[in-house]
Design a protein around this ligand. Structure first.
Ligand code: SF4
Length: 340
């Protein structure tokens, strides 16, 4: 990609010679390349006109996929934190988690406003009165501007969606509905204990209530081919989602997948293959879909493999470089469905 340095350098060399060129190289400000995908930070900044960060919370929920309501054992990739962030201190109350999280994130990122992120386990899996009390506690902080709620499609009946729509009248509500794959054979294999059809139905009912909805996908799930993964992307590209998280399959300690991996039964993606898949996916997504995450990261205390999980910034750079090499960006190959 051409930069201001290139331009200045070329003009100077034609006109005045190499001493001036050397000066120009030292003083010119490099052009910042336009982003090739719609970032979550940018989206939040635009929406709230402030630096907004999410504060992960474990509000003490469980999951129907663990307590036997739908299944036992949970998704085979899910660890004992219920896919919550390692920074969460489950011993603290919701209010304490929020307060300490806000101070930590404010110091680290100079954040100004916050979203209470109900992240761990299934955050709509409780009676309405319990949900109300937890959501209300989280909103009772002057710098909290909304709530993010991570959940499963089978925990979004009409009553829950009506409740979230009610909250959306008075605050910002961001609903994250996990999918991982649109293929039922894969969902069965990883013990998701819900179907792709339930996901699409829940998103449609949420969208009818004008809720802001995001989903999560994992690339590299067992048995999935490149075509399977791209088919999932094709199916979710045009259903009215606001945002998406994509990440590579990581093997967490103390999970069923860790056992499969130790037995040599779980092949993982190579980093360059993952980079290609992400770029292919970005090209197929709508240009305005907010990209919340493209690479999972973690520590060696929690993740067994692949090793490149610990190199998030390198993988992010490779994704940027690959899009630049292709001359494409998010939405380059997006085709909106024609609806009758
Ligand atoms: S649905 Fe979520 S919390 Fe429940 S087992 Fe799966 S990943 Fe874990």
């Amino acid at each position: 990609m051409r930069t201001l340095n290139d331009k200045t350098d070329n003009q100077m060399s034609k006109n005045t010679g190499k001493n001036v060129r050397a000066f120009a190289q030292k003083t010119a400000t490099p052009e910042v390349a336009p982003p090739r995908y719609t970032s979550f930070n940018g989206y939040l900044k635009e929406k709230f006109k402030a630096r907004v960060y999410r504060v992960p919370i474990d509000a003490g929920f469980t999951c129907p996929n663990r307590d036997g309501t739908r299944a036992l054992g949970g998704c085979t990739f899910c660890d004992d934190r219920g896919s919550g962030a390692p920074t969460i201190n489950q011993v603290l109350s919701v209010k304490e988690q929020l307060t300490t999280g806000i101070e930590r994130i404010r110091r680290r990122f100079k954040a100004e406003k916050f979203l209470a992120y109900f992240q761990a386990f299934t955050n709509t899996y409780a009676p309405e009165a319990v949900l109300r009390s937890l959501y209300d506690v989280s909103l009772d902080h002057e710098d909290v501007v909304g709530i993010c709620i991570g959940t499963r499609p089978d925990c979004l009946d009409d009553n829950v969606l009506d409740l979230l729509a009610e909250y959306a009248q008075k605050t910002y509500v961001f609903l994250e509905v996990g999918l991982q794959s649109a293929h039922n054979k894969t969902l069965d294999l990883i013990n998701r204990a819900h179907s792709a059809e339930e996901f699409f139905d829940s998103v449609e009912r949420a969208r009818k209530r004008n809720l802001t909805v995001a989903t999560h996908l994992i690339f590299g799930l067992p048995g999935e081919t490149r075509e399977d993964m791209m088919e999932t992307v094709r199916q979710i590209a045009d259903i009215g989602l606001t945002a998406i998280k994509i990440h590579q399959l990581c093997v967490y300690k103390h999970t069923p997948m860790a056992v499969d991996y130790s037995l040599g039964k779980l092949p993982l993606l190579e980093e360059d293959d993952y980079v290609e898949l992400v770029c292919d996916a970005l090209e197929m997504l709508p240009p305005d879909m907010v990209v919340m995450r493209l690479v999972a990261e973690g520590t060696r205390e929690e993740i067994i493999a692949p090793d490149w999980c610990f190199e998030k910034s390198r993988i992010m750079s490779k994704i940027d470089q690959e899009l630049e090499r292709r001359g494409t960006q998010q939405g380059s190959k997006f085709v909106a469905k024609v609806r009758s």
